[in-house]
Design a protein around this ligand. Sequence first.
Ligand SMILES: Cc1ncc(C[n+]2csc(CCOP(=O)(O)OP(=O)(O)O)c2C)c(N)n1
Ligand SMILES: [Mg+2]
Length: 541
Amino acid sequence: MTSMTGGEAIVSSLVAHGVNTVFGLPGAQTYGLFDAFHQAQLKVIGARHEQACGYMAYGYARSTGGPGVFSVVPGPGLMNAGAALLTAFGGNEPVLCLTGQVPTQFLGKGRGHLHEMPDQLATLRTVVKWADRIEYPDIAPSMVSRAFQEMLSGRRGPVSLEMPWDVFTQRADVASTKPFDPFPAPQPDPDRIKDAAALVAASKTPMIFVGSGAIHAREEILELAEMIDAPVVAFRSGRGIVSNAHELGLTMAAGYRLWPTVDLMIGIGTRLELPTMSRWPYRPDGLKSVRIDIDPVEMRRFTPDVGVISDSRAGARDLLAAVRKAGYRKTSGRRAAIREATAAAQQDIQKVQPQMAYLNILREVLPSNAIVTDELSQVGFASWYGFPIYEPRTFITSGYQGTLGSGFPTALGAKVANPDTPVVAITGDGGFMFAAAELSTAVQFNIGVVTLVFNNNAYGNVRRDQRNRFDGRVVAADLVNPDFVKLAESFGVAASRVTAPDHFKPALEKALAHGGPYLIAVEVPRDSEVTPWTFIHPARN
Ligand SMILES: Cc1ncc(C[n+]2csc(CCOP(=O)(O)OP(=O)(O)O)c2C)c(N)n1
Ligand SMILES: [Mg+2]
């Protein structure tokens, strides 16, 4: 037993779980926590808005595969971080949010104490996987262990702990932290595996879909794909599990060309958004389906012919063994068809200009392990299929949340976690400005992210939709912007301007060589972009 404050008890538990970096913005309730961060010599990255704390923790988690931790004040601070928590929830990322509460004596009274909200814990529980309150210092170690267990078990996700204001500085005797083992994952049911293998054996043209839940199963998945000549398609978070440099690692644009011929889809650790939600407009006749997922609820959301509820690695491993035993007769010409689909897609997507001109240069200049974050923007959308990815965790998007404003702060968090890896944020002028104040954070902590701001002086995607669908009427979609180069320079961030793809390569090389934070403002005439949607949602324009 050691005498500790509530804040110190939380921090000693974080340290026991291997945490050495936290993102945070302090306030009255959390002074005791931040002082404990300081005393424990954690690296504390401050920010100019709570959304950035949450997104940085998300970028940290996604790029490393380990937990990202952030702290914000309760109420408004927490709500400011809400979009980032939702993003981590959608992306199944282990992000721990530490926040405060009103003092114990005011809990639940509704007196209107500083930052009070009607039922913070209830609100939190609707946007994270698990949340609880630490009411006394001595229960902090077991609560923190529980938080890590929840965040890292099964389908991963964000969690949150709140502590009343007075408890952060209240002293008690606290026992040392014992991390909890993750909850055991369900083992693949051998009968289901046999049924799945039978479907695979009967299939001539299988296609594998992967999501972030399959990242740790990449070796088994590649072996399975090679054994059955199946292309492996990822939408966003599963990209890089099978490299786009591999013949069987397909972008969605290439995958869609083969889709009409597919007779079996195998989903591993993925929601199957592309083939089963509104994106790909039809399902081939007679299509069979197999899913491997650790989350049983997924089987209810889209019920496959055979569902295996297990960790993706264990499931892929057992399926591989069962298919090997059952034997698989490859269809002659399948590899050639896959190669042709990739080549044809590669040619077809070049019409998405000027986005592809920029993306081609970006890929040519960046090393294969560089980390890129996107924004919902004309270049960001095109990057989903037009920017080849070679390693998992190197392409960080906001997933199905599509949270505008996430890209730049997410990149900052990824760079904090990977200081020696080039990190580039692809943003639009609209999305970048959500968190432009974090240029200060980049300077203060020397976070060398290269930010590309594609400036079309509009919420360009909204503008196109409005023009196409509402008789040309545009509302709240045009933007008046600062001079982005001057803006960056005024923060102390080096910057340059590019007005055509021809000038992009030297500017990018210079930015990467600079090492510190850098912004490239790419001027793109309004409405000049070819729609990127053709290859994401073939039925819309
Ligand atoms: C938090 C949030 N607010 C609003 C939107 C709706 N939205 C999607 S794309 C977009 C416009 C993006 O503009 P910009 O970042 O400039 O990219 P562009 O399309 O112009 O390249 C908006 C407002 C969103 N996705 N997320
Ligand atoms: Mg724009």
